[in-house]
Ligand binder design. Sequence first.
Ligand code: AMP
Length: 223
Amino acid sequence: MVLLGPPGAGKGTQSKRIMERYGIPQISTGDLLREHVSRGTELGVVAKSIMARGELVSDDLVCNMVRQRLMQPDCKRGYILDGFPRTAAQAGWLDALLEDELFDNSCPTKAWPIVIRLVVDYNQLLLRITGRRSCPTCGRIYNVHFQPPRFDEVCDEAHGTKLVARNDDRLEVIQPRLTAFEEQTRPVAEYYRQTGRLRSVNGDQPVDEVTAEIIKIIEDHQA
Ligand code: AMP
């Protein structure tokens, strides 16, 4: 499954729920890149400044990283791609990879990914992104506008741990990230619309309702 949507649309939250329900991994290219940055790998060193400016890492580097991840055995039964593809070139590359390397050619039907686009109002996105905080100890995610901790900026569970904002969730970086999304990711939706695979879900609804709609699309697809 491919989950499309701008930063703050809820891709991470929804992927985690789908992952738990179907027992398939969530592959977030943003998370994989942040891991490379924190490990200081060759890719991480290149990606760090690009990510800090809110721009997109080059297709070559990201596709290579995704290919390595999709070859892992836990992806055999399926996976959720979160934050990938983000350009039309990445979408075309993914189809070619599936066709050339990942589809089981003995199987008569090809399991093209279900593509779901989360559509969210722009002002809502800004509030979601600027309010996003996480606990560096337990990983719990908060939003200071919608799901604040009991005490200001401190985790409810990992006692006394101060919540942190992502480096690229600062207001001055959000605008370029949303612009990059507009310019480069819209053609991805168009790519999938043309191949008849695009399904849109209203991401302004409460989280549970968004999940229910996504599950219905998956189950209809399987039926
Ligand atoms: P995210 O966590 O998905 O918002 O991604 C954080 C940052 O990682 C983005 O602003 C980009 O700099 C980079 N990134 C994540 N996924 C991709 C991708 N598919 N292609 C290019 N850059 C990406």
